[in-house]
Design a protein around this ligand. Sequence first.
Ligand code: ADP
Ligand code: TYD
Length: 215
Amino acid sequence: MIISFEGIDGSGKSTQIELLKDYFKLKSIDAIFLREPGGTELSEQIRTILLDNKNVINPISEILLFEAARADLTEKVIIPEHNLGKIVVLDRFYDSTTAYQGFGRGLDLQIVDSMNKFATNNTIPDLSFYLYISYNVSLDRNINKNYDRMESSGEEFFKNIITGFDQIAINNPKRFHKIDGKLHSTEIHQKIVEIIETKLSVNKNINNLSEKKNG
Ligand code: ADP
Ligand code: TYD
C-alpha cells in the first residue's frame, strides 16, 4: 500500500507521519517512510538545489527538477519496497506538483499531469491525506521559521496552492481524504488510522477471495 501526505507547509504532515510511525511500530506493521523531494542520494541533492534561496529557478526548470527527484525515488525505492509488500508512506508525492507547480506557478495542468505520470511510471497512491489549513494558520505556525526558496513565494502563490489541493480532493474523492488540519493532532491521527484500517481490511478480504478462487 502506498500512502501520501499532502498539504501546504506547516499543515502538520510531519507531525502526523511521526504518529503513524509509532502506530505501525506498535502494530508490527512493516512500513517505510520517505520524503519528497528526497529519499535517495540523487533526490536529496536535487532537494538542496530546489530549496536554496540563492537559486533563481524558472517554473519549467523547477518542475523538471521535482520530477527528476521523483523519478529516481520511485524507481529505486517506492516500487521495489511496494513490490516487497511494505507500506510506503510518502511525505508529499505528485499531488504536490499539481498543486505547487500547476496551480501555484500556473503551469499547464495537462502537461503537469503527463509529467507526473511519466516520472512515477503511473504509480498512484492507495490513500492520500490532505491536511487542510488556511494561509493565515500556516503563517502563524511558521512564525519563527527560516523560509526556504519555496516558502518565500508569497501569499497569492499559497492561496492558489490551497485552491489546487481542494480541486484535487474534488477530482479524487475515493483516494484523497481532506482532513481539517486545525483539529487536535491526536484527533487527526485517529481519523487517519481509521481510514487506513478500513483500507487494509478491504485489501485483506480481496486477497482472501482471490486465494480461495485460485484454490
Ligand atoms: P508540515 O510537515 O506539514 O510542514 P509540521 O508537522 O512540521 O507540518 O507542523 C508545523 C507546526 O505546526 C509545528 O510547530 C507543529 O508542532 C504544529 N502542528 C502540527 N499539527 C498541529 C495541530 N494539529 N494543531 C496545532 N499545531 C500543529
Ligand atoms: P518540505 O520541507 O518537504 O515541505 P514542508 O515545509 O511541508 O515540510 O519542502 C518541500 C517544498 O517543496 C515545499 O515547499 C513544497 C515544495 N514542493 C513542490 O513545490 N513541488 C513538489 O512536487 C514537491 C514534492 C514539493
